[in-house]
Design a protein around this ligand. Structure first.
Ligand code: MLT
Length: 233
């Protein structure tokens, strides 16, 4: 039987973030994408994933905010997780400046009643410079934001801002861990992944070249190869 693979999207993202992995890894696992739009704390998001995910144990992969939720799952129910992949994410909490930037983005989205101005500000941080005018990629990002909507965005940002410092969790993880990061990730930088790799007992760090924060969409072939190796190791 193929193992269950629980996939956790990032902020303002949904199943489209993981579509290349669902398509490319279906022979190696049973992928299941969580809905992280309904809660306003990491604890509640993690609890909902644990309640709604396929019964029993699963492999767990999260990108960015999905990585924060994955680390919260490692706090709440490590016995459910057979292996963990943390993509373009971090264990550290927000700095006061980051919280201020989030509050500004939340005000902008609420005032505009949409994501056009937020996406304009975020795109240079989200994807590699060579892909910032890739119409299909940009459209996918915009459509995920529109499907998520403002109320869910505000819930997600509140959950992100109030998350705990997950660094103490890293030392307790005893399953195989893949840490993966785009070389040019401008939101959760390579150095943050190196820091996590030095704290996790059984971690492998994979850097994807010419790639920003949304690695699953930007470099699906390379990301799928890394995930396949992690799933089959
Ligand atoms: C994400 O992609 O989930 C966000 O960049 C996470 C964050 O803003 O911390």
């Amino acid at each position: 039987m193929r193992p269950a693979l629980v996939l956790l999207p990032g902020l303002l993202c949904d199943g489209a973030l993981w579509a290349p992995q669902v398509a490319g890894l279906a022979d190696a696992c049973e992928p299941w994408v969580a809905d992280l739009t309904r809660d306003d704390s990491m604890q509640a998001m993690a609890q909902r994933v644990l309640d709604e995910a396929p019964a029993g144990r699963f492999a767990l992969a999260g990108l960015s905010m999905g990585g924060y939720v994955a680390l919260e799952i490692m706090r709440q129910a490590p016995a459910r997780v057979t292996r963990l992949a943390l993509l373009d994410t971090r264990a550290r909490p927000d700095s006061p400046d980051e919280i201020e930037r989030r509050r500004t983005l939340m005000r902008i989205a609420e005032a505009a009643r949409g994501f056009a101005p937020v996406n304009r500000r975020m795109l240079p941080l989200l994807v590699h410079i060579s892909r910032q005018s890739d119409e299909q990629l940009v459209r996918t990002i915009q459509e995920m934001a529109d499907r998520t909507g403002i109320p869910a965005y505000l819930r997600q940002q509140n959950a992100i801002m109030s998350r705990v410092d997950f660094r103490p969790v890293l030392r307790t993880i005893d399953c195989p861990v893949l840490l993966l990061c785009g070389r040019q990730d401008a939101i959760t930088r390579v150095s943050l992944h190196e820091e996590m790799a030095s704290a996790v007992p059984h971690a492998r760090l994979e850097i994807i070249e010419d790639c920003g924060h949304l690695s699953t969409l930007e470099r699906p072939a390379e990301v799928n190869a890394a995930l396949r190796h992690w799933l089959e190791a």
